[in-house]
Design a protein around this ligand. Structure first.
Ligand code: SF4
Length: 309
């Protein structure tokens, strides 16, 4: 009897990463630490885009500053690495200028919710049609290990060496109360659920917010003696509770607590682009003296202002 052995590829070139086409391979290796969860989020995002067979030329990705801010540099899409806290206003401008674009923001908790906090709540309030993924590692990683708006009470950081005493933001609750139409939270362990959530977000309209609780072994876990990235994955495994439709008010994250994950909200509301369009039609269209504005740009992406003769 002969046994058939599977031929192994001779060179590394024959082994391809499944989302290689969506990565800027010339930038690899990346800068993220071993055990960091950011790469898992990039992989889930890439797989969601590949599953939906979206045209990469019609997707733009925007990120801010910090470890997660580097995502835009590694993804082979039209990418913008903006200044600290400005990912959402930049993404809002992109969407308004070209409504046909799928616009994705990937950024960290410090960037999105501290420096960019005002932009976050107002984009959610206006229901700007963008997809926001927040990699929440509970601290500022790259920029110095300072306390962030999501650091739990008693969490150690470089600026709270005796433990934070500030109540942290509960991100799904903040997003939902500000007006986000699609709100989920998963951890870096919930790869398939995260991918499904990103697919859903990319397929629907409105301000979609996805929180991903993610390990930062180098800064947060080291300072708080929580072990390696693998230890954090075990923690997520043992302490996550999947509860779709949960009241986000009850989904606080504190040190050592259970983490409620799942889909908190999915509703439909007119987007900011819809409202801009209908407002122009309603207010300008009725005024005989007003310049006639061709609002069809939202359909064919050719903005024009025609003067009335
Ligand atoms: Fe990831 Fe933390 Fe390292 Fe930044 S410092 S790459 S968040 S593990």
């Amino acid at each position: 009897m002969t046994t058939q052995t599977k031929e192994k590829p001779d060179t590394c070139e024959e082994i391809r990463h499944p989302i290689e086409k969506l990565l800027r391979m010339d930038r690899i290796p990346h800068i993220w630490c071993p055990g960091c969860g950011i790469g898992i989020v990039v992989n889930a995002l890439g797989q969601a885009i590949a599953d939906l067979q979206l045209d990469p030329k019609k997707i733009a990705i925007v990120s801010g500053i910090g470890c997660t801010g580097r995502v835009a540099g590694y993804v082979n899409l039209d990418s913008f690495h903006t200044t600290h806290g400005r990912a959402i206003p930049f993404a809002t401008g992109l969407k308004l200028a070209n409504p046909e674009l799928t616009v994705i923001v990937v950024s960290g908790d410090g960037d999105l919710l501290a420096i960019g906090g005002n932009h976050f709540i107002h984009a959610a309030r206006r229901n700007v049609d963008i997809n926001v993924i927040c990699v929440n590692n509970l601290i500022y990683g790259m920029t110095g290990g300072q306390v962030s708006p999501t650091t739990p009470v008693k969490g150690i950081s470089s600026t709270t060496p005796y433990g934070s005493f500030e109540p942290p933001f509960n991100l799904p609750y903040l997003a939902m109360s500000s007006g986000a139409v699609y709100v989920t939270r998963y951890t870096a362990l919930h790869v398939r659920r995260l991918k499904k959530s990103i697919r859903k977000s990319l397929s629907r309209k409105g301000f979609c917010f996805m929180e991903v609780v993610s390990p930062c072994p180098t800064v947060y876990s080291r300072r708080n003696r929580l072990g390696t990235g693998l230890d954090m994955m075990r923690y997520y495994h043992d302490n996550s509770i999947i509860k779709h439709g949960a009241n986000p008010e009850e989904a606080d994250i504190s040190l050592g607590s259970k983490i409620i994950v799942g889909k908190f909200r999915e509703v439909d509301k007119p987007t900011f682009t819809d409202m801009v369009e209908s407002n122009l039609r309603h207010s300008v269209g009725k005024d005989e003296k007003a310049p006639k504005i061709d609002v069809s740009h939202s359909l064919n992406n050719k903005p024009r202002l025609k003067k009335k003769r």
